[in-house]
Design a protein around this ligand. Structure first.
Ligand SMILES: NC(=O)c1ccc[n+]([C@@H]2O[C@H](COP(=O)([O-])OP(=O)(O)OC[C@H]3O[C@@H](n4cnc5c(N)ncnc54)[C@H](OP(=O)(O)O)[C@@H]3O)[C@@H](O)[C@H]2O)c1
Length: 343
């Protein structure tokens, strides 16, 4: 099998495609012949050596990758409810950038026919993240106003669609004009292009009383204002900090990281209470032990796919040998939808 190995943290040159011995499934596992691999911004952060769960659970060397789609190749002892050749989606805590992957049965889901292999590979991480944020944490309700930052990206485009399923009024924010149409096509009620308009002035016109839910993975660049623009009983969901990281070059600037770390807002419990605002945060890669919860989320999401209520975001595909180019593109902040690699 081939897989991408990062031996030490750094830039794109650290993504090494190597030949390794084929894995074999342990009892309770499924071996998958991988046909497509979802690429996530978190993989870039892992490469940079800054991803907390990668450091905690694996260290270096590490093969990044949270999700794949492919065909069942071998069933481990005790797995009886899948057939060889079945088309599946799998989630994994690292190891996904590979041509074969052995994972626990509970992390494998039958691929809906409506999704191609490439679309399926980029489905699970972003939709599970959006589902967890909106339904498990923020409890979005019909009629609520929600603001989605980076709405044309992987998680953002999933949030827009799930926000509409929840019956909310969805405002998507994008950082470049070429992203506007894709967010509109996902059903957003309005799109703010912050490269052309003052984001918060426009947001105030759209929701003078504030937003009921704001979903923010920018971190330091927007967190303060996101908090300020919550309505009473508003919930701010924090799930990433990409605003601290470089858009070019692939290597974080340590001084800037430190500066951004110190100027990231700390919220006061007194303010949360008197203003009736809530702050919620999560990282799914620390929640793999809650497999029942994640399975419930995937079951619901896959049902919505079958019903045609969720569409796969647009995808751009790269050969796994050129995954460095995919990382460079994702870090540029210019991509729309999902990036996927094929081994
Ligand atoms: N907590 C969790 O469990 C969890 C799970 C999955 C993902 N995440 C986080 O969710 C975020 C989105 O992930 P994704 O894979 O779906 O990526 P993505 O949204 O497809 O791409 C990142 C987007 O973020 C915006 N951005 C703002 N500042 C940036 C910077 N300095 N560098 C690069 N992009 C920047 C850009 O959009 P605009 O300019 O249009 O805003 C860019 O297109 C990431 O922060 C990721 O770590 C968290």
């Amino acid at each position: 099998m081939k897989k991408v190995v990062i031996h030490r943290p750094g830039g794109y040159e650290q993504l090494c495609l190597e030949q390794h011995v084929d894995p074999s499934p342990r009892p309770g596992e499924v071996l998958i012949d991988v046909e497509a691999i979802g690429i996530n911004y978190a993989d870039c952060v892992t490469r940079m050596g800054l991803y907390a769960s990668a450091k905690q659970y694996v260290g270096f060397p590490i093969t990044p990758g949270f999700e794949v789609a492919g065909k069942v190749a071998v069933l481990g002892e005790g797995v009886t409810d899948l057939t060889i050749g079945a088309e599946v989606i799998a989630v994994t805590r690292f190891g996904g950038y590979a041509s074969q992957l052995a994972v626990g049965r509970s992390q494998v889901f039958v691929k809906p026919e409506r999704l191609s292999m490439v679309q399926a590979a980029g489905f699970a991480t972003v939709f599970l993240t959006a589902w967890f944020a909106l339904f498990e944490l923020a409890h979005a309700r019909a009629g609520e106003r929600i603001l989605v930052h980076s709405a044309a990206g992987g998680v953002g485009s999933a949030l827009v669609q799930l926000g509409k399923i929840a019956g909310c009024k969805v405002v998507g924010v994008v950082g470049a004009s070429h992203k506007i149409d894709s967010v509109g096509a996902l059903g957003a009620d309005a799109v703010v292009d912050k490269s052309r308009h003052d984001l918060w002035h426009t947001a105030e016109q759209m929701a003078p009383e504030g937003f009921d839910v704001i979903l923010d993975a920018n971190g330091v660049t927007t967190l303060n204002q996101s908090y300020r623009h919550l309505a009473p009983v508003g919930r701010l969901v924090v799930y990433g900090f990409h605003g601290m990281l470089p858009r070019k070059g692939g290597r974080p600037n340590r001084l800037r990281l430190l500066w951004d770390y110190y100027r990231t807002p700390r919220f006061s419990p007194f303010s949360l209470t008197t203003r009736n605002r809530s702050l919620l945060g999560f990282n799914l890669s620390f929640l793999f032990h809650q497999s029942n919860r994640m399975q419930a989320g995937m079951t619901q999401l896959l049902r919505w796919v079958e019903e045609g209520r969720i569409q796969a975001p647009p995808t751009r595909t790269y050969p796994l040998a050129q995954v460095a180019e995919a990382h460079r593109d994702l870090e540029s902040g210019q991509t729309v939808g999902k990036l996927v690699a094929t081994p």
